[in-house]
Design a protein around this ligand. Structure first.
Ligand SMILES: *Cc1c(COP(=O)(O)O)cnc(C)c1O
Length: 254
C-alpha cells in the first residue's frame, strides 16, 4: 500500500516538475528559482512523510485544526520541513498558526498582522509573511456608487478567497515590515475562478514590483496551482502551490 502510494506520488511529482521545467523553458527562466510547495491539506501525515522521502521540503496546509496536529506528528520524526499556511486565518487562530507555520501566505488585513506578531512573539519565533492580493476583477455589484465597499456576499467564491485590494497592498506590506517578529517575504494570490489566469497574474506581477520597489527583500510571488502553474511561471511566480496534480482529488469539503 505504502509502496504503491509512494510510486504514485513520485510519478505525479515528476510530471509536475516536468511541467514547471517546460514552463520555465518557454520563458527563459531557471527552474531552480521556482519553489514547489506541495499542498497536503485533506491528506494524511503518512503522505507528508512519503513526500519528504521524495525530496519535498515545502508543504502547504490551509486549515488550522488539521495542520496543527498533523505537523506536530510529522515533525516528531521528520526534519527539514517548511510548513506554509495558505488558508484564510481567522484572527482568533493566528496565535495557533504562529506556533507551527514557517510561512503565512494569506495576510490580508492589519488586524491579522497584529495578531500574528503577538503570536510569533509569544512563541519566540519569527514568521515569513506574504501579503495576499485579491485578483478578482472589481465587480460593480459589490461596491456602492460612491466607491464604498459593500459587505462581501457569503457564498460567492471570491468572498472567501480573501486578499487585499492591490491598491492597499503596499500599506499592508508597511504594517508587516514594522513588526519585529514578521519578515515580509512578498505577495501571494489565487487566480479568479472562470477567468483567464494570465491577465490576473500579470496584475499580481505589477503589485509585486511595487512592493519590491519599497522592500527589496520581498521577492516572493506565490501564485499558481495545479491548473494554472504555467501561467504563474510566465508571470514571475517564485512559489507554486500544487495539491491535486500530486496527491489526487481531495474529498469534498465537509
Ligand atoms: C488548495 C489550495 C491550493 C492547491 O490547489 P490545487 O488545485 O489542488 O493544486 C493552492 N492554493 C491555495 C490557496 C489552496 O487553498
Amino acid at each position: 500500500m505504502t509502496v504503491r502510494r509512494q510510486a504514485e506520488l513520485g510519478a505525479n511529482l515528476a510530471a509536475v516538475r516536468a511541467r514547471i521545467a517546460a514552463a520555465c523553458g518557454d520563458v527563459g527562466r531557471d527552474p531552480a528559482e521556482v519553489t514547489l510547495i506541495v499542498v497536503t491539506k485533506f491528506f494524511p501525515a503518512s503522505d507528508v512523510r512519503l513526500l519528504s522521502g521524495l525530496g519535498v521540503h515545502d508543504m502547504g496546509e490551509s486549515r488550522d485544526q488539521e495542520a496543527g496536529p498533523k505537523f506536530a506528528e510529522v515533525r516528531a520524526d521528520t526534519s527539514g520541513l517548511r510548513l506554509h499556511f495558505i488558508g484564510q486565518v481567522q484572527s482568533n487562530k493566528a496565535a495557533s498558526v504562529a506556533r507551527y507555520a514557517d510561512v503565512v501566505h494569506t495576510v490580508d488585513r492589519p488586524k491579522l498582522v497584529a495578531a500574528l506578531e503577538r503570536g510569533a512573539e509569544r512563541a519566540g519565533r519569527a514568521l515569513d509573511v506574504l501579503v495576499q492580493v485579491d485578483l478578482d476583477r472589481p465587480d460593480p455589484t459589490r461596491s456602492a456608487p460612491d466607491g464604498a465597499q459593500l459587505p462581501a456576499e457569503p457564498g460567492r467564491p471570491e468572498s472567501h478567497r480573501g486578499g487585499v485590494a492591490s491598491t492597499h497592498a503596499l500599506d499592508l506590506a508597511e504594517a508587516v515590515a514594522a513588526c519585529a517578529h514578521l519578515r515580509l517575504a512578498g505577495v501571494m494570490a489565487v487566480a479568479p475562478l472562470h477567468e483567464d489566469p494570465d491577465p490576473a497574474f500579470a496584475r499580481l506581477a505589477r503589485t509585486a514590483a511595487a512592493v519590491r520597489a519599497r522592500f527589496p527583500d520581498a521577492v516572493w510571488i506565490s501564485a499558481g496551482m495545479s491548473g494554472d502553474l504555467e501561467a504563474a511561471v510566465r508571470h514571475g511566480a517564485t512559489h507554486l502551490r500544487v495539491g491535486t496534480a500530486i496527491l489526487g482529488s481531495r474529498p469534498p469539503l465537509r
